[in-house]
Design a protein around this ligand. Sequence first.
Ligand SMILES: CCCCCCCCCC(=O)SCCNC(=O)CCNC(=O)[C@H](O)C(C)(C)COP(=O)(O)OP(=O)(O)OC[C@H]1O[C@@H](n2cnc3c(N)ncnc32)[C@H](O)[C@@H]1OP(=O)(O)O
Length: 224
Amino acid sequence: MAWPYVADDTSDPLLAADAEVWQPFTDAVRELVDACVQSDVDADDVRAAQADVEAALARLGKARLSTTLGQSGTVGSRRRAWGNPVIGVRNPIAPPLHVDSDPAGRAWSDFHLGPAYEGPPGLVHGGVVSLIIDQVLGHAVGAGRQPAMTGTLTIRYERGTPLGDLRVEAWVERREGVKIHAGAHVLGPDGPTAVAEAVFIVPRRFRDQLSDGIGAADQGSTQG
Ligand SMILES: CCCCCCCCCC(=O)SCCNC(=O)CCNC(=O)[C@H](O)C(C)(C)COP(=O)(O)OP(=O)(O)OC[C@H]1O[C@@H](n2cnc3c(N)ncnc32)[C@H](O)[C@@H]1OP(=O)(O)O
């Protein structure tokens, strides 16, 4: 499989201009999702809002990308993760998280999850916890500037993760050839709620490119 990213003519100023347009729009759609989950208006208002949404859909549907957002819009060798379901500024299902990382292979994020992410009453859905852990593990591994994919992810849900303000931390534990062992946890107000162990793998199809020096410097880990 070829390297899956498609460089286009995007530049940093064009990206910034694009973000200025799309970010407020995506934030509004996120609020729409929350309203969908929590609004308590009557049926007439729901039907009227549906017509408004359908009008917006007709407008947005006038043009569509031929690639996925994850593949397109790279700047040089740097890619734009705007469609990512955890960090994507143009993906309303992303909270979105802002993830920091350091070259030692640590990554962390303080974030907020509202009612759209609820599983058990008042608690975050376990699959959402897993989604966030996988992503932030990817940043910890990617901080080592090696393209790698989650091979195995094991999560122990110690207690329910309450909706609200949370923190996630991930770290690389050791590297064994193409395998990168990493750990992570989600912290709620009363301490760790979920603890994870993972093995990331530098995929066979990327190993040649790595030895050619392609992609090792700037791509980070592959996007989930
Ligand atoms: C900074 C930007 C941050 C972006 C973050 C995004 C984070 C999101 C991360 C993801 O969600 S990635 C998407 C979810 N993961 C996948 O879709 C992976 C699907 N699986 C595969 O593509 C392949 O099975 C895989 C790359 C994992 C392994 O295939 P390979 O053909 O490269 O492995 P190979 O058979 O050559 O095995 C190499 C070594 O890895 C071991 N291995 C293979 N698959 C494994 C696995 N699944 N788990 C643990 N170890 C595994 C294997 O035993 C062997 O060990 P030994 O060298 O000791 O013999």
